[in-house]
Design a protein around this ligand. Structure first.
Ligand SMILES: CC/C=C\C/C=C\C[C@@H](O)/C=C/C=C/C=C\[C@@H](O)CCCC(=O)O
Ligand SMILES: [Zn+2]
Length: 645
């Protein structure tokens, strides 16, 4: 297999490639570590005297090749690219044949960025600890030495030993469970080759409910009935997706609903999607995230972006399929554009927020950390590229192309050039196709031209936004529209339109209007996280301090980055909320997943405080150390203030 060099990996898949992993691990909740063995089948291509693997913060104990201990070295991480970790270089004896078995014994450490270890208080049951992993994009290397690049796909089996009260689930098919008085040992098999970022496990007190023959939901026991109801449509989602693409290839499609600090809406771990409990609105209104994760069973998991620079091919396609699935479920063809309008608003926010280099569909990641490049751009700009192609060739033909695409690239990898060539070849007899401006779409930063979306379903929401905008302190102008029967999507569309119009006018909604809206709709009390998030954003921007306790509660009871990052940033930028933002983060830092904590520290400029600490004079250092010993959040606030002065 030809392999592209990946800027996000230190491994050498062009010389030797991993084809199968046997992972054996024991979890230790006391030391918060996995004690593990990774045994790889390696295919060696040419004259290759060493195997290079990605690692990050691992304790490597020993390495053997075909049963014989060999020399290995662990590189020193490059400070300017610390996200890449350390290269584990393993000497390959010259006598090796075309394949070899490499066995690495190691332990993870407290600095493992792929895991979050939850104390019992952070679980619903409050009795037992919990651990889960999140490897995308390049955190698998902190869980196991591997070729942490999406172009390397391998099958795996695993054997995991956990305490007797615990259940282990993985991104694979469950095989056996054996128990002793103190332990349960689970085995798993993933017979479809997967990239390292899809390696996943969770261990905790778990229960499950079957939804259909191939779909089951998992969660902590007290939540499992709610989870089963919320995601009860999952079998339909998978069936509709099969109709759009091809037969489901992974055997099972299960869902694990995690504790609230899970940092993403969902993660498409094969056979077992991980989701945030912020989807539990009680009315299935946020289940489109499950449709999204189910769609990844084809786009991303079966046809995988070759490097993270082509991430739009994972996410743009997935959003496209998600919208097709949800349109079928809603039964109204106009839903597709209605939902695309909502995505367009997300795209505008990301383009405003991100540096130009990360608003290109193919960003130049260079030495950049993929976590820094992450935004709605690959999702929504990617979707809009596909939407434009669909409009160009017509929906029926594009539907046929979709099937041909997944069939052509299944079990393999894709990049933007291959995608373009396949599209052009498929439509070579269609003259319009040659006029498509690929270069602008793929390489130009910023917003694409706005498509001519069908606004039939969004116009009432947009009109209501206009009506609220014209209130301007005059209570007699409060709109009479009764929105109590509106769907969540309509409320979201209304709030997005309101925010977008305020941005266009470069003026926040007046505080008096926000206060009238609060009385009219009580959105500050909703249990729907998407609606609450938007209402909190509008309120912060209007300067309404009464929203601060609501925001603080929201950002300290769930850790989904989509919500916590913009809310922390908005608070931090506001005069009224700056100190609350820093104090809240410092107090609750351990609640968040390590990646979320890293990103929030950057958002709140606390990483600069860290850097400043490193470069202070001796005297300043003493002051700083003294202050640190007091260990209060006020210290960081004071530091920030003195920096501001
Ligand atoms: C162009 C960007 C290049 C690489 C970024 C790839 C991954 C970055 C990383 O930060 C991981 C992302 C994981 C995402 C998982 C699930 C998302 O679909 C969730 C979307 C947001 C949400 O709904 O909460
Ligand atoms: Zn996705």
């Amino acid at each position: 297999m030809a392999v592209t060099l990946d800027p996000s990996s230190l491994s050498n898949p062009h010389q030797a490639i991993l084809t199968h992993l046997s992972w054996e691990a024991t979890v230790d909740f006391t030391s918060r570590r996995f004690l593990a063995k990774a045994k790889y089948t390696v295919k060696i291509f040419s004259d290759c005297d060493s195997l290079r693997l990605d690692t990050s913060e691992l304790d490597i104990h020993s390495v053997s090749v075909d049963g014989t201990p060999v020399a290995f070295s662990l590189g020193v991480p490059d400070k300017s690219k610390s996200h890449l970790g350390s290269c584990l270089e393993i000497a390959l004896p010259p006598s090796l044949g075309k394949t070899a078995t490499v066995l690495i014994t190691y332990a993870t450490t407290r600095n493992c960025s792929a895991t979050q270890w939850l104390p019992p208080q952070q679980t619903a049951g409050k009795k037992y600890p919990y651990v889960f992993t999140q490897c995308q994009a390049i955190h698998a290397r902190s869980l196991l030495p591997c070729m942490d690049c999406p172009s390397v796909k391998m099958t795996y089996d695993a054997c995991v030993t956990v305490p007797s009260w615990a259940t282990c689930v993985m991104s694979a098919l469950s095989q056996t469970k054996t128990s002793t008085t103190d332990t349960n040992t689970y085995t798993f098999s993933q017979p479809v080759p997967i990239p390292s970022y899809l390696f996943a496990l969770a261990i905790g007190e778990l229960s499950s409910r079957d939804i259909s023959q191939r779909c089951r939901v998992w969660s902590e026991p007290s939540m499992v009935e709610n989870v089963a109801y919320e995601f009860g449509q999952v079998e339909e989602f998978v069936k509709v997706a099969e109709g759009l693409t091809m037969e489901y290839q992974w055997g099972r499609y299960d869902i694990l609903c995690l504790p609230p600090s899970f940092p993403y809406g969902g993660m498409e771990n094969p056979c077992l999607t991980f989701v945030t409990p912020t989807l539990l609105a009680g009315d299935r209104s946020l289940a489109d995230v499950v449709a999204h994760e189910a769609a990844h069973s084809w786009s991303g998991n079966l046809v995988t972006n070759e490097t993270w620079e082509h991430f739009w091919l994972n996410e743009g396609w997935t959003i496209f399929l998600q919208r097709k699935i949800m349109t079928k479920i809603h039964g109204d063809p106009k839903f597709f554009d209605f939902d695309a309008i909502s995505g367009w608003e997300d795209l505008k926010d990301s383009v405003k927020e991100m540096p130009d280099k990360y608003t290109k569909l193919i960003p130049d990641l260079g030495d950049g950390d993929p976590d820094d490049a992450f935004s709605s751009v690959p999702y929504e700009k990617g979707f809009n590229l596909l939407y434009s192609l669909e409009k160009l060739v017509g929906a029926d033909t594009f539907a046929e192309f979709t099937k041909a695409y997944f069939d052509e690239f299944k079990f393999g990898v894709i990049n933007s050039q291959k995608f373009r060539s396949f599209f052009e070849e498929y439509f070579k007899n269609n003259s319009c196709v040659m006029k498509f401006d690929w270069d602008t779409w793929l390489y130009k930063p910023g917003m694409p031209a706005i498509p001519n979306f069908d606004r039939t379903l969004s116009s009432a929401c947009e009109s209501l936004a206009d009506a609220w905008l014209s209130v301007n302190g005059d209570a007699t102008k409060i709109p009479k529209t009764d929105i109590s029967g509106w769907s969540t999507s309509q409320k979201i569309c209304f709030l997005d339109a309101l925010m977008s119009k305020c941005t266009d006018r470069e003026q926040p909604l007046p505080m008096s209007t926000v206060s009238m809206m609060k009385t009219a709709y009580s959105m500050h009390e909703t249990r729907n996280a998407e609606v609450l998030h938007r209402f909190c954003m509008i309120s912060i921007e209007s300067g309404d301090a009464s929203i601060i306790p609501v925001v603080v509660r929201f950002i300290t009871t769930q850790g989904r980055m989509k919500f916590v990052r913009p809310l922390y940033r908005a608070l931090f930028l506001s005069e009224m909320g700056k100190d609350a933002a820093v104090a809240t983060f410092l107090k609750h830092r351990n609640f968040y997943h390590p990646v979320c904590a890293k990103m929030l520290a950057k958002d709140l400029k606390l990483d600069q405080v860290q850097d400043a600490k490193k470069s202070t004079t001796h005297f300043q250092k003493h002051l700083l150390i003294g202050a640190m010993m007091a260990a209060t959040s006020a210290i960081a606030i004071a530091l920030l203030r003195s920096k501001r002065r």
